[in-house]
Design a protein around this ligand. Sequence first.
Ligand code: PGA
Length: 265
Amino acid sequence: MKHARTTIIAGNWKMNYGPKRAAQFTMEILPQLNQLTHHDHNNLLCILCPPTISLETVHQLLQMSHYPHIELGAQNMYFEEQGAFTGEISPLMVHELCRNVILGHSERRMYFGETDEMVHKKTLAAFKHAIRPIVCIGENLAQYEAGQTEQVIRAQVQGALSQLPEEHLGELVIAYEPIWAIGTGKAATPDIAGNVSSFIRHLYGEMYGREAATALHILYGGSVTAANISSFIGHPDVDGALVGGASLKPDFVELVHQAAEAALL
Ligand code: PGA
């Protein structure tokens, strides 16, 4: 095994699959996923992140099945606990159903004006309510082409992830998702994903010390498929993937299978 960290594959369904379709799809993939995550691969965690309106449905299916290595995640949440925030869901609500939440996805930043400051508040709120935050960062195409990747990553990590409570440092998951690779079919090369992940771990170490950096989980996201997942997991600093499009198809099971195999190497 390449390292002691759990391999995490999170499926971000984005704005796809309302309750009915979510139930069908979950029932289709769950038995197969369970076989993969339960038996030989105890070091693998699979997180399903349906849209908010489908969380309860998928939650019930997961509850009935008692699959310990398959968890639920929300795609976003607000940082306040309750009140007049029309359209938002709170950490208390997420906590009722989910152990995970995706925060600061580039689509949230791009279309809904999320800033590093908001992501910071949301991350603290997640920790406070025992929800594992999966914080997304990544540069856009112009920044990538201008060679500014590290600069952008540093600003995002320092902006969104400074002053985290010490007792939760090891629970954080960072997803490195270069925006130019999301939904484009053009994944980053394993070298790029690996190098940036190493840089992120190094930064986290600068901020919080070596132990925290070793415990940190870093996922790669952007056009991950069953065919390319192994090449990413092969890098010592990449602990899994945040998967969009490919998490919506039955082939997601094969992707998780490939990840499990690669993690054992
Ligand atoms: P993709 O999306 O796998 O469809 O590129 C990844 C993401 O946005 O998390």
